[in-house]
Design a protein around this ligand. Structure first.
Ligand SMILES: [Ca+2]
Ligand SMILES: [Ca+2]
Length: 421
């Protein structure tokens, strides 16, 4: 009883420190709520690592995101049901030290959320449980790369879930690593394979998010980003995840690269989604401040070897972090991108697709809020109870996380329909 009273007090404190903020230049484009770090959060950065959560069927959980930072309280679960934002500290059951640099959500199981986090050259799988008395708690259920030193390990990683096992792919300074089959229910080592990349392909040494599973309708691919050292230009390589990943095996890569009209040094981010409303998964790659689009052909894996289209903003860098989501409920995905900087000059761009001509002005440009840095470091597109048919856009900075109820896209709800009314 005493504990729940104390927790109720903590929760009530956490209810109030969120505020609606008016962005003068966005009055017609967005209604914005600012989520600041709660006292329990010990990380220096609140907003550089944010993620959605997944239900037990793999859908995005409504009205919740999770935010990562540093120990002793490196995780905050944010709940914004009924337009009240509550920040729940997630207590760790086994006193581990984490400095979370990435989060990938997994499907829930038995009422518990599951996520994988990268931290200090390891990837940990966590189970997050909720108890009425004690709130949220996290337990580490498996760790990859235990007892190994591998610089850069886990800086970019992704997970592909199958029924009983999962595939894990990660970058490191010494190359890409694939775990073809990880059983997170069982302890013990999982088979680790160093990925044989195409000849002439080199990876960025200090980039991020350049390894990603790309799910198309019939098949899932593993996509890696880097450079073609022969042609001296950025490159992207795709391989079907149905091949056998074993040590030393030559893989049937699809090698895609830039050309004179699509220049750039290296791929630093890859996202997938349907961008031209034909029902087939397209690929967006962030390259040296621009975003290049590869539209899928009819067959699975039928991607062009040079980009179909590009997104860029004259004289500005628009592409480093990106997310693809429909944020105005018109059934067409938008591309939301940023190039976060340690100054107030960072901007977030909302590009409306399909991209027929380029350069195309983004539909909405969001400038860095006051007293914020590294704006656009992270994104999450989340359905809310307020309007479950659509996704709302969370943008992370260095100090706070911002919930943008976008209203400014063509055909969208009006600013007066904002959730405060
Ligand atoms: Ca498409
Ligand atoms: Ca849309």
């Amino acid at each position: 009883m005493k504990t729940s009273l104390i927790l109720a007090f903590i929760f009530s404190l956490n209810l109030i420190a969120c505020d609606w903020r008016v962005f003068e230049d966005l009055k017609n484009s967005a209604t914005v709520m600012v989520i600041e770090s709660p006292d329990e959060f010990s990380g220096a950065n609140f907003g550089q690592v944010i993620s959605v959560l997944k239900t037990n069927t793999g859908d995005t959980v409504t009205d919740k995101i999770i935010i990562g930072g540093s120990s002793p309280n490196p995780l905050i679960l944010v709940d914004f049901a009924e337009n009240v934002i509550t920040r729940h500290p997630v207590m760790f059951t086994d006193g581990v030290t984490l400095d979370i640099t990435g989060i990938v959500p997994l499907t829930s199981e038995g009422g518990d959320y599951r996520i994988a986090v990268s931290s200090q050259e390891k990837i940990h799988f966590l189970r997050i449980s909720f108890d009425e008395e004690t709130g949220y708690s996290a337990t580490i259920i498996k760790t990859l790369n235990d007892n190994t030193t591998m610089p850069g390990y886990g800086r970019a990683f992704d997970i592909l879930e199958a029924r009983d096992t999962i595939m894990v792919a990660t970058s490191s300074n010494n190359g890409f690593i694939v775990y073809p089959s990880v059983n997170i229910q069982e302890s013990g080592d999982s088979t680790r394979v160093s990925l044989e990349v195409p000849e002439g392909f080199s990876q960025p040494v200090d980039g991020d998010s350049f390894i990603r599973f790309v799910k198309s309708e019939q098949e899932t691919f593993l996509a890696i980003g880097g450079r073609d050292t022969g042609e001296n230009i950025w490159a992207l390589a795709l391989v079907s995840t149905s091949v056998e990943f074993s040590p030393g095996s030559q893989l049937p890569w699809l090698f895609m690269r830039g050309d004179a009209s699509h220049p750039g040094d290296e791929v630093v981010n890859i996202q997938a989604g349907d961008l031209n409303s034909d029902g087939r998964t397209d690929i967006a790659a962030a390259v040296s401040g621009q975003i290049y689009i590869f539209y899928s052909g009819i067959e699975s894996g039928d991607y062009p070897i040079s980009p179909s289209s590009a997104l860029y903003v004259n004289n500005e860098s628009t592409g480093h972090r990106l997310v693809i989501s429909d944020i105005n409920n018109d059934g067409v995905n938008e591309v939301i991108s940023s190039d976060p900087q340690g100054s107030s000059s960072s901007k977030v761009y909302i590009h409306v697709t399909p991209i027929l001509t380029s350069p195309l002005s983004p539909a909405i440009t969001i400038k860095t809020p006051e007293n914020e840095k590294y704006f656009g470091s992270s994104f999450a597109a989340v359905p809310t109870e307020f309007n479950p048919q659509r996704n709302e856009l969370f943008i992370g900075g260095m100090n706070s996380v911002y919930l943008f109820y976008i209203t400014g896209l063509e055909g969208d709800r009006l600013p007066q329909d904002d959730p405060r009314n």
